[in-house]
Design a protein around this ligand. Sequence first.
Ligand code: M6R
Length: 606
Amino acid sequence: MCGIVGYVGKKPAQDILLSGLKRLEYRGYDSAGIATLDSEGEAKLARSVGKISELSKVLDEAPQDGNLGIGHTRWATHGGVTETNAHPHHVGRIYLVHNGIIENFKELREELKGYKFASDTDTEVLAALIDSNYKDGTSLKDAVAKSLKRVRGTYGIAVFSPSEPGAIIVARLGSPLIIGLGKDETLIASDASALLGYTREAIYLNDGELAVCTRDGADVFSLDLKHLSVKPETIEGDVEQIQKGGYDHFLLKEIMDQATTLHDTLSGRIKPDAGKMHLGGPNLTEEEMRNIHHVVIVGCGTAYYAGLLASYYMEQLVPDLTTEVVVASEYRYRSFHLPKDSVALIVSQSGETADTLACLREIKKRGVKTLGIVNVVGSTIAREVDGGTYVHVGPEISVASTKAFTAQVITMLMFAGMLAEYHGGDPKLLAEFTRELAILPEEIKKTLDTYRPEMEKLAKKYAKFDHALYLGRDTAYPIALEGALKLKEISYIHAEGYASGELKHGPIALVDDRFFEVFTILDNWLFDKACGGLHEVRARGGKTIVLTNSKADIEADDIVRIDSPIKLLTPLLLNTLQQLFAYYVAVDRGNDVDQPRNLAKSVTVE
Ligand code: M6R
């Protein structure tokens, strides 16, 4: 969703702000802008609707000088997608960019009688509030702190004023803000990827903190203006990770990179010879591990589906475990009860998803231990959980989640493998899972390399359809849900995922020539039942694609059969085929694959 960048140093701010905003493009946005302050103390503002390239055109016509500035990509919440609603907002002596939502902005606007508002946004109201508190003798820092105490809602902000050149004030509550500390320069970003290549040293601001950033560094304060001593942390990752590396799209790169990234997910965490798995992050004592009998897994979208698949594996591995997988946007408002012997797995690629974060806080209130299954290092969820494990797949830039899904599943599987040892799990099964994990990266690579041309061909054949059903049983069921989500979000084909046993309970009524059906069929004890649904659809003239690891006779319009020593983890292999399929369908339809319409990479508001 919205992105913030800021710069104060010796270099021209405009270029650094633009390149930072480009790096944040993947988060999803519909307008962008920058404000800079030149050496004469004159501030300039440029905003435009659409892509950063539109903003660049505006700046080509009227370049902005200066070594200090702030920038923003906006994903509309309050007010339509217009230039006036785009950030930065300028009110009086204040220039402001803001991520989040000011819930009481109407009430504040009523109070700010002397101001005329040009936009429909909550942000402009906050800018006016700061300006109203920025009276003679008051510092900008004090004015910001005073204003933020009046605010209900969430914010990550960056503010400057021509009256105090050389300083940018930043603050956060529920919306990430990172300060990069360089030599003679300080950078600001809502996402560490905008800082890569500039510096590795950063301060991750906590909720309720504010900082004064100058080119010499940053001073951090509480909203009560107590000076805080903060230790900078190291930013992980490098610039290559946020480049396409020869691929046409980040999505394809991220799909194809899975073999490498999964090595990092597994590194040091499995011992195939001993048939054991071990994660350091959960930080649970042996007694705590023994006492866990209930696992609740929380996530949204793809993270939720990863949890669903992991729950099947957990139940197989840990005989006395009850699992519950919940959609965060629902769970946060339910009157849920968790038994004392529970642990919660909070699953999120970005670590910033608002609903998932809200669940984490609700669960903590109930005294239940929370463990993060998170990708972005230093993200809010990663910082607030009691323990947890990074999935370590590096930056996932494309809005559609691919490599994070696979890594989330196997990370939760490794947690289950650890639990199994304390709960009388079958050592043979544990050893088998461990063996499969060890070869998974290589098998994924083989699958992707071998079937990529076939998936591209298949995608061309089916790209003209309007509707799709994805069906699977057992561990292929979560894969059906994930396959449908991937297709709909990037190709805009209407797609639904179902448990194939549900076909007769409704969805089979849809089968007609506008639909195609994708069956994921596993070579396991439910094979015949899984084929049952396929026969029913074919009997009604449905167009069917089968993805399978079975060698048995199957009738379908198109069959993709993989051949791999992997059995238990086959759904993960077949899912990579679905990822390729969705990608090529979207390309064929001429869509913006990496930034699909209406979507944001991390959903930081409700
Ligand atoms: O960052 P998170 O994993 O918390 O994000 C959760 C969902 O928003 C995300 O998985 C979304 O469904 C993706 N666009 C799916 O590809």
